[in-house]
Ligand binder design. Sequence first.
Ligand code: PLP
Length: 393
Amino acid sequence: MINAEMFGYGSEKSSIREIAAYAAGRKAALGADKVFDFSLGNPSAPAPDEVRASIERALTLPSMALHGYTPAIGLPEARQAVAASLNRRYGVDYSAADLFLTAGAAPALAATFRALTEPGQSEIIVIAPYFPEYKLWIEAAGARCVEVLADEETFDIDVDAVAAAITAKTAAIVVDSPNNPTGKVYPEATLRALGRALDEAERRFDTKITLVSDEPYREITYGCVVPWIPSIHDRTVVTYSYSKALSLPGERIGWVCVPPTHPEHDEVYAAVAGASRILGHVCAPSLFQRVLIDCVDVPADVEAYAENREALTRGLSEAGYSYVEPDGAFYLWVRALEPDANAFFERAKALELLPVPSHSFGCKGWVRVGYCVPYSTIVDSMPAWRKLAESYA
Ligand code: PLP
């Protein structure tokens, strides 16, 4: 027998991956410089030199130390290094006991969703547009994914809409800032209002609602501050990844942080550990746990993305497109030139322009243009963007 649900997840590729696979085929047929693939969030900045130096140092360790199992929660030195970095940056007082190292943000989220819900009984709220995999991980935990649209003008969280969507079954809400796909960084005032709405709903329903802050793009910002949410709202769990900040998406390293200020710290931490265990986690990659010890404070190469952002926004403005001014991450959320983003995507595709239509992210009428690409891709794509706009004139 085969599990029908799993068969469905496995045989239906994510639309982002499908577009990326299509782009690879077109590049093979036409030449890489003739196809403008803006689909995947694969960082284009190289991993920092400090990472290479750290790997080289680690390679001199005895085999068991380098390649052996680590504790499931991660090496104490690596967790301590992360805690110390958070303490320095956000003025908090965390320890190794608050960190659980994972193979990136994906398993961190899958475990967190499983840890916070009861199959068939719980709901998790996501703010649309949202990273599409959230829905799969929520549903795989047996919970219901409840989509709440962001404010359609600013793409900030619509706190009143969130409050209206909370029920007695709401176990968690996911916040992703800087946001994939809009690039929005949620202001502190919004997060405070959201915290108040969650407190109020907890009193109303006599429940506990965790704010899950998914932050793989925290380090990639263009001059704005990303608030540290656990300092605003106690019942918060943070998931993080070095995929974007250190350009290490293939190496799989990240963490779940259950801050000591979380009112059910020990229970939530144990439940995350338990959920990870049943999902097949053994330990995060040992080599990259060691890299964290050396590189936890190495800054992201934001400059490369800032140049791309500037060239893309300038070019698209001149061609008549409107978009959400991105505060962070490396995505531009561009309004489609017709209400049906899929139809717009098909016209773009005919010009070898490959953004991702917004239905993949749970909303209508937009496309996501990933600018984690070579600068030349942005410059060379401009005639095609202009031609696409002219086709609507
Ligand atoms: N969360 C968001 C918002 C993402 O965009 C991604 C990856 O693109 C992930 C989580 C998963 O990241 P990781 O590579 O660490 O699993």
